[in-house]
Design a protein. Structure first.
Length: 266
Protein backbone atom coordinates (compact mmCIF):
# COMPACT_ATOMS: atom_id res chain seq x y z
CA UNK A 1 0.00 0.00 0.00
CA UNK A 2 3.03 2.25 -0.50
CA UNK A 3 2.29 5.62 -2.07
CA UNK A 4 5.70 6.38 -3.55
CA UNK A 5 6.05 9.53 -1.46
CA UNK A 6 9.06 10.97 0.33
CA UNK A 7 8.85 10.39 4.09
CA UNK A 8 9.86 13.35 6.26
CA UNK A 9 9.91 14.07 9.98
CA UNK A 10 9.42 17.61 11.24
CA UNK A 11 12.37 18.38 13.49
CA UNK A 12 11.43 19.08 17.10
CA UNK A 13 8.00 17.47 16.71
CA UNK A 14 6.64 13.91 16.59
CA UNK A 15 5.04 14.54 13.21
CA UNK A 16 5.88 12.43 10.17
CA UNK A 17 4.56 13.57 6.82
CA UNK A 18 4.84 12.40 3.23
CA UNK A 19 5.48 14.53 0.15
CA UNK A 20 4.87 14.02 -3.55
CA UNK A 21 6.23 17.19 -5.18
CA UNK A 22 5.62 18.46 -8.69
CA UNK A 23 7.71 21.53 -9.47
CA UNK A 24 5.63 24.67 -9.85
CA UNK A 25 2.33 22.93 -9.03
CA UNK A 26 -0.21 24.13 -6.41
CA UNK A 27 0.02 22.46 -3.01
CA UNK A 28 -2.52 20.13 -1.40
CA UNK A 29 -2.48 19.23 2.31
CA UNK A 30 -4.31 16.01 3.24
CA UNK A 31 -5.44 15.24 6.80
CA UNK A 32 -6.78 11.74 7.49
CA UNK A 33 -9.43 10.33 9.82
CA UNK A 34 -8.98 8.85 13.28
CA UNK A 35 -7.35 5.42 13.80
CA UNK A 36 -5.79 5.25 10.30
CA UNK A 37 -2.96 7.24 8.67
CA UNK A 38 -1.93 9.05 5.48
CA UNK A 39 -2.43 5.87 3.43
CA UNK A 40 -6.19 6.38 3.44
CA UNK A 41 -5.45 8.94 0.71
CA UNK A 42 -3.75 6.42 -1.59
CA UNK A 43 -6.07 7.06 -4.53
CA UNK A 44 -5.92 10.84 -4.09
CA UNK A 45 -2.12 10.87 -4.19
CA UNK A 46 -2.17 8.78 -7.36
CA UNK A 47 -4.84 10.94 -9.01
CA UNK A 48 -3.19 14.30 -8.23
CA UNK A 49 0.38 13.23 -9.02
CA UNK A 50 1.88 15.48 -11.66
CA UNK A 51 -0.83 18.14 -11.29
CA UNK A 52 -0.41 19.05 -7.63
CA UNK A 53 2.28 18.84 -4.97
CA UNK A 54 0.80 16.75 -2.16
CA UNK A 55 1.58 16.64 1.55
CA UNK A 56 -0.10 13.80 3.44
CA UNK A 57 0.41 14.03 7.20
CA UNK A 58 0.34 11.31 9.84
CA UNK A 59 -1.66 13.03 12.59
CA UNK A 60 -0.29 12.89 16.14
CA UNK A 61 -0.52 9.33 17.50
CA UNK A 62 -1.18 7.81 14.07
CA UNK A 63 1.01 6.12 11.47
CA UNK A 64 4.60 7.25 11.84
CA UNK A 65 3.76 10.01 14.33
CA UNK A 66 3.70 7.83 17.45
CA UNK A 67 7.05 8.70 19.04
CA UNK A 68 5.50 11.35 21.24
CA UNK A 69 6.66 13.31 24.27
CA UNK A 70 4.89 14.74 27.29
CA UNK A 71 3.00 17.84 26.26
CA UNK A 72 2.44 16.76 22.64
CA UNK A 73 -1.19 17.44 21.82
CA UNK A 74 -3.62 17.77 18.94
CA UNK A 75 -3.79 21.42 19.98
CA UNK A 76 -0.30 21.80 18.48
CA UNK A 77 -1.18 20.30 15.11
CA UNK A 78 -2.00 23.67 13.51
CA UNK A 79 1.39 25.16 14.34
CA UNK A 80 3.16 21.96 13.25
CA UNK A 81 1.28 22.04 9.93
CA UNK A 82 2.26 25.66 9.40
CA UNK A 83 5.90 24.75 9.99
CA UNK A 84 5.65 21.85 7.54
CA UNK A 85 4.29 24.10 4.78
CA UNK A 86 7.02 26.62 5.45
CA UNK A 87 9.69 23.91 5.32
CA UNK A 88 8.38 22.70 1.96
CA UNK A 89 8.20 26.22 0.52
CA UNK A 90 4.42 26.15 0.26
CA UNK A 91 3.00 29.62 0.94
CA UNK A 92 -0.58 28.30 0.57
CA UNK A 93 -2.25 24.92 0.16
CA UNK A 94 -5.63 23.46 -0.63
CA UNK A 95 -6.45 21.89 2.74
CA UNK A 96 -8.52 18.68 2.75
CA UNK A 97 -9.68 16.93 5.91
CA UNK A 98 -11.78 13.81 6.43
CA UNK A 99 -13.50 13.16 9.79
CA UNK A 100 -10.88 13.91 12.48
CA UNK A 101 -8.83 15.51 9.71
CA UNK A 102 -11.77 17.81 8.97
CA UNK A 103 -11.70 19.13 12.54
CA UNK A 104 -7.93 19.66 12.44
CA UNK A 105 -8.19 21.27 8.99
CA UNK A 106 -10.62 23.83 10.40
CA UNK A 107 -8.38 24.54 13.38
CA UNK A 108 -5.46 25.13 11.01
CA UNK A 109 -7.52 27.29 8.63
CA UNK A 110 -8.82 29.45 11.49
CA UNK A 111 -5.34 29.88 12.98
CA UNK A 112 -3.47 30.39 9.70
CA UNK A 113 -5.94 31.64 7.05
CA UNK A 114 -3.10 33.19 5.08
CA UNK A 115 -1.79 29.68 4.31
CA UNK A 116 -5.13 28.36 3.02
CA UNK A 117 -5.95 28.43 -0.69
CA UNK A 118 -9.19 26.55 0.00
CA UNK A 119 -10.70 24.35 2.70
CA UNK A 120 -12.59 21.10 2.07
CA UNK A 121 -14.01 19.13 5.00
CA UNK A 122 -15.78 15.76 4.67
CA UNK A 123 -17.50 13.88 7.47
CA UNK A 124 -16.83 16.71 9.93
CA UNK A 125 -18.82 19.41 11.73
CA UNK A 126 -18.44 23.15 12.24
CA UNK A 127 -16.09 23.67 15.20
CA UNK A 128 -16.80 27.42 15.33
CA UNK A 129 -20.54 26.91 15.94
CA UNK A 130 -20.68 23.70 17.98
CA UNK A 131 -24.05 21.99 18.39
CA UNK A 132 -24.16 20.64 21.98
CA UNK A 133 -26.48 17.77 21.03
CA UNK A 134 -24.24 16.72 18.15
CA UNK A 135 -21.13 16.96 20.32
CA UNK A 136 -22.74 14.76 22.99
CA UNK A 137 -23.86 12.17 20.47
CA UNK A 138 -20.48 12.16 18.76
CA UNK A 139 -18.69 11.88 22.10
CA UNK A 140 -20.83 8.94 23.18
CA UNK A 141 -20.12 7.13 19.91
CA UNK A 142 -16.39 7.76 20.31
CA UNK A 143 -16.39 6.45 23.88
CA UNK A 144 -18.09 3.26 22.75
CA UNK A 145 -15.41 2.74 20.11
CA UNK A 146 -12.63 3.51 22.59
CA UNK A 147 -14.07 0.86 24.92
CA UNK A 148 -13.86 -1.72 22.15
CA UNK A 149 -10.29 -0.68 21.31
CA UNK A 150 -9.17 -1.10 24.91
CA UNK A 151 -10.55 -4.65 24.95
CA UNK A 152 -9.41 -5.78 21.51
CA UNK A 153 -8.00 -3.88 18.55
CA UNK A 154 -9.44 -6.47 16.16
CA UNK A 155 -12.91 -6.15 17.71
CA UNK A 156 -12.62 -2.39 17.51
CA UNK A 157 -11.38 -2.46 13.89
CA UNK A 158 -14.19 -4.77 12.85
CA UNK A 159 -16.83 -2.51 14.37
CA UNK A 160 -15.20 0.71 13.20
CA UNK A 161 -14.96 -0.29 9.55
CA UNK A 162 -18.74 -0.67 9.34
CA UNK A 163 -19.39 2.94 10.36
CA UNK A 164 -16.35 4.45 8.65
CA UNK A 165 -16.73 3.02 5.15
CA UNK A 166 -19.56 1.77 2.95
CA UNK A 167 -18.11 -0.39 0.18
CA UNK A 168 -16.57 -3.80 0.89
CA UNK A 169 -13.19 -2.76 -0.51
CA UNK A 170 -13.01 0.44 1.53
CA UNK A 171 -14.11 -1.39 4.67
CA UNK A 172 -11.34 -3.95 4.21
CA UNK A 173 -8.70 -1.24 3.64
CA UNK A 174 -9.96 0.71 6.65
CA UNK A 175 -9.90 -2.45 8.79
CA UNK A 176 -6.29 -3.21 7.87
CA UNK A 177 -5.21 0.36 8.63
CA UNK A 178 -7.06 0.25 11.97
CA UNK A 179 -5.07 -2.79 13.07
CA UNK A 180 -1.93 -0.65 13.16
CA UNK A 181 -3.37 1.95 15.54
CA UNK A 182 -1.63 1.72 18.95
CA UNK A 183 -3.85 1.73 22.04
CA UNK A 184 -1.53 4.20 23.76
CA UNK A 185 -2.48 6.82 21.17
CA UNK A 186 -6.09 6.90 22.36
CA UNK A 187 -5.08 9.49 24.96
CA UNK A 188 -4.31 12.03 22.25
CA UNK A 189 -7.89 12.00 20.98
CA UNK A 190 -9.10 13.29 24.34
CA UNK A 191 -7.78 16.75 23.40
CA UNK A 192 -10.07 16.93 20.38
CA UNK A 193 -12.78 18.63 22.42
CA UNK A 194 -10.45 21.55 23.14
CA UNK A 195 -10.57 22.52 19.47
CA UNK A 196 -14.37 22.76 19.47
CA UNK A 197 -15.49 26.34 20.15
CA UNK A 198 -11.86 27.51 20.24
CA UNK A 199 -12.31 29.90 17.29
CA UNK A 200 -15.05 32.48 16.75
CA UNK A 201 -16.97 32.31 13.46
CA UNK A 202 -15.46 34.79 11.01
CA UNK A 203 -15.74 35.47 7.28
CA UNK A 204 -13.45 33.13 5.41
CA UNK A 205 -10.95 34.62 2.93
CA UNK A 206 -10.84 31.28 1.07
CA UNK A 207 -13.42 28.98 -0.59
CA UNK A 208 -15.08 26.39 1.66
CA UNK A 209 -16.40 22.98 0.60
CA UNK A 210 -18.49 20.96 3.06
CA UNK A 211 -19.27 17.33 2.25
CA UNK A 212 -20.11 13.83 3.41
CA UNK A 213 -21.16 10.51 1.94
CA UNK A 214 -24.81 9.79 1.27
CA UNK A 215 -24.57 6.70 3.49
CA UNK A 216 -22.94 8.51 6.41
CA UNK A 217 -24.68 8.59 9.80
CA UNK A 218 -27.85 10.74 9.89
CA UNK A 219 -26.30 13.09 12.46
CA UNK A 220 -23.42 13.77 10.07
CA UNK A 221 -25.80 14.64 7.23
CA UNK A 222 -27.61 17.00 9.61
CA UNK A 223 -24.30 18.55 10.70
CA UNK A 224 -23.35 19.24 7.08
CA UNK A 225 -26.71 20.88 6.37
CA UNK A 226 -26.50 23.05 9.51
CA UNK A 227 -22.94 24.11 8.72
CA UNK A 228 -23.84 24.99 5.13
CA UNK A 229 -26.83 27.04 6.30
CA UNK A 230 -24.53 29.03 8.59
CA UNK A 231 -22.08 29.77 5.77
CA UNK A 232 -24.13 30.62 2.68
CA UNK A 233 -21.02 31.23 0.60
CA UNK A 234 -19.88 27.64 0.97
CA UNK A 235 -20.20 24.76 -1.50
CA UNK A 236 -21.94 21.59 -0.34
CA UNK A 237 -21.75 18.08 -1.72
CA UNK A 238 -23.18 14.70 -0.70
CA UNK A 239 -21.04 12.02 -2.35
CA UNK A 240 -23.08 9.27 -3.98
CA UNK A 241 -22.20 5.67 -3.14
CA UNK A 242 -20.05 6.71 -0.16
CA UNK A 243 -20.13 6.49 3.60
CA UNK A 244 -18.17 8.41 6.22
CA UNK A 245 -14.79 8.20 4.48
CA UNK A 246 -16.03 9.28 1.07
CA UNK A 247 -12.53 9.45 -0.40
CA UNK A 248 -12.11 5.70 0.12
CA UNK A 249 -15.63 4.61 -0.88
CA UNK A 250 -15.95 6.68 -4.06
CA UNK A 251 -12.41 7.84 -4.92
CA UNK A 252 -13.04 8.84 -8.54
CA UNK A 253 -16.08 10.92 -7.63
CA UNK A 254 -14.26 12.41 -4.64
CA UNK A 255 -11.24 13.35 -6.76
CA UNK A 256 -13.44 14.94 -9.42
CA UNK A 257 -15.25 16.98 -6.76
CA UNK A 258 -11.99 18.33 -5.38
CA UNK A 259 -10.51 19.07 -8.81
CA UNK A 260 -13.61 21.01 -9.83
CA UNK A 261 -13.71 22.87 -6.52
CA UNK A 262 -10.07 23.92 -6.81
CA UNK A 263 -10.44 24.94 -10.46
CA UNK A 264 -13.53 27.03 -9.74
CA UNK A 265 -11.71 28.81 -6.93
CA UNK A 266 -8.79 29.90 -9.08
Amino acid sequence: MGLGMQRCRREGTPIVYHVDKTEGAPWVLLLHGAFVDHRMFRTQVEAFRGRYSVIAVDILGHGGSTETHRGDSLESMASWLSAILEAEGASTAHVVGVSLGGVLAQDFACAYPEHVASLACFGAYDITRPDPELIRANGAAQMAMVGKALVSVRWFAGANKAISAYTDQAQQEFYELNLGFPKRSLRHLAALGKLVGKHEPRPRPYPLLIGCGEHDLPMELEAVQAWAAAEPGSSVVVVEGAGHCANMDAPDRFNDILSQFWTNGE
